[in-house]
Design a protein around this ligand. Structure first.
Ligand code: GDP
Ligand code: IMO
Ligand code: MG
Length: 432
């Protein structure tokens, strides 16, 4: 069991990219297995900041093979854009990239459907999607009749299939009236995607076969989760979720590798909470403290630049996702952002209709109604961005980590005090 899995335990943007980049040298292969270009993973190497949406964060480490597996929905234009940007910035080793021929492809109609449906939910509140066509592409995948996979781009019937889909989609889209909609032009789309197909041809492969062989050969695989477990389509805050299994349950289906190859699940959490888009957020702060966290944490979306909603850490939610994703240990990120915030609140329980519980509600209406029960702890004013070991942190910060760990039920493996690789504290077992 040589695989490691990095999973977000909140609503995304937990700084998974930083940890994947950090752990990549101990692995041979890094795999993205769900989601698509809705992700925005930031990796900081010295003065250079890389924002990756589709390419695995391992791409910045030479010699490592990066795989975009069958569970991902691929926008080929975005793959090309990210490859060009990396090569333009002198990252030489983009040859070791494999794109699954089973991965479903995002087409212009998916963007149009995303625009039309996001503001038209049964719930009344907008999901606030990233508008990257993710939900519509996954819907077509599950619906089967109007879906195209990467492998289809290289088959003779590709043009006829695009034409068939455009004929089916045009009248529906016309009725849905997405903003700025122009009828789909099958010939133009075919031509454009044929060009993309040529450009990415060297990377397209049967990645399931590749990965199955790799684990048999003893290769070490790092699975890079996108989004966070609370955005999981089956287990998250439905319908305010993404359209894939972004908790640990998605690793096997998305990668094609049996779950037994995951030896260690590392959950990633922020030292507080954030959420982008709609949906319930029990510990959200609408006050000056929320704004202070947003400013100090630069909490604006990597992909959409939207201000992220900010709040206190919620250990009811994290304990739930820790258990759901089979997490062995957590990495607590952005601890430095809490410096100077004052007294810190930790949500330990929910009060639902006068009853106190640690169960994370399955229905969104209950989650909207819960009142978080808080425990408070003293904060710290010191700048901790220079801390490199546990002993460099103020006692209050160590006590905060310890309490969070106790409440969610797993040890802390790393604490992060800045975006750079070096701004990471390895927390030894039992050290807190
Ligand atoms: P991801 O989607 O989970 O990879 O996270 P994002 O990249 O969307 O957001 C995390 C942001 O926090 C990025 O801008 C990172 O560079 C930054 N970051 C990562 N770790 C730390 C940290 O410990 N402290 C601070 N201040 N920023 C961090
Ligand atoms: P990373 O990998 C934070 C959110 C969107 C929206 C909902 C559905 O960077 O952590 P979608 O476009 O997927 O249909 O949007 O999910 N969302 C994310 N929020 N981080 C992400 O990815 C996200 N990917 C999707 O804001 O609320
Ligand atoms: Mg992100």
């Amino acid at each position: 069991m040589s695989g490691t899995c990095v999973i977000g335990l909140q609503w995304g943007d937990e700084a998974k990219g930083k940890i994947v980049d950090l752990l990549t040298p101990q692995h041979d292969i890094v795999v993205r297995y769900q989601g698509g270009a809705n992700a925005g993973h930031t990796v900081v190497v010295g003065d250079e900041v890389y924002k990756l949406s589709l390419l695995p964060s391992g791409v910045l480490t030479p010699g490592v093979t990066c795989v975009i597996a069958g569970g991902v929905v691929i926008n080929p234009a975005k793959v090309i854009e990210e490859l060009d940007e990396l090569v333009g910035r002198k990252v030489e080793d983009c040859d070791n990239l494999l794109l699954s021929d089973r991965a479903h492809v995002i087409f212009p109609w998916h963007f149009a459907e995303d625009r039309a449906l996001d503001t038209n939910t049964t719930d009344g509140e907008n999901i606030g999607t990233t508008q990257r066509g993710i939900g519509p592409c996954y819907r077509d995948k599950v619906g089967r009749s109007l879906a195209l996979r990467l492998g289809d781009l290289y088959h003779d019937e590709f043009a006829a299939k695009v034409e068939h889909i455009c004929e089916a989609k045009n009248p529906v889209l016309q009725a849905m009236k997405p903003e700025g909609f122009e009828p789909l032009d099958a010939a133009a789309i075919t031509k454009q995607y044929a060009e993309y197909a040529e450009r990415i041809r060297p990377y397209v492969a049967d990645t399931t076969d590749y990965l199955l062989n790799a684990v048999e050969d003893g290769k070490r695989v790092l699975f890079e989760g996108a989004q966070g477990s609370l955005l999981d389509v089956d287990h998250g805050t439905f319908p305010f979720v993404t359209s894939s299994n972004s908790s640990g349950v998605g690793v096997a289906s998305g990668s094609g590798l049996p779950a037994k190859h995951v030896g260690h699940v590392l959950g990633i959490v922020k030292a507080y909470s954030t959420r982008v888009g709609g949906g319930p957020f029990p510990t959200e702060l609408h006050d000056a403290t929320g704004q202070q966290i947003r400013d100090q944490g630069n909490e604006y979306g990597t992909v959409t630049k939207r201000p992220r909603r900010c709040g206190w850490i919620d250990t009811v939610a994290i304990r739930y996702t820790t258990r759901l994703s089979g997490v062995d240990a957590v990495s607590v990120m952005l601890l430095d952002v809490l410096s100077g915030v004052g007294e810190l609140s930790i949500c330990t329980d929910y009060d639902l209709n006068g009853e106190r519980s640690r169960r994370f509600p399955s229905h969104v209406d209950d989650l909207r109604r819960v009142k978080p029960v808080y425990e408070t702890m003293p904060g710290w004013d010191q700048d901790v961005t220079g801390a490199r070991e546990l002993g460099d942190l103020p006692a209050e910060a160590r006590a905060y980590l310890k309490r969070v760990s106790e409440l969610i039920g797993v040890p802390v493996e790393y604490a992060s005090v800045g975006p750079e690789r070096t701004q990471t504290i390895a927390v030894g077992a039992g050290a807190l």
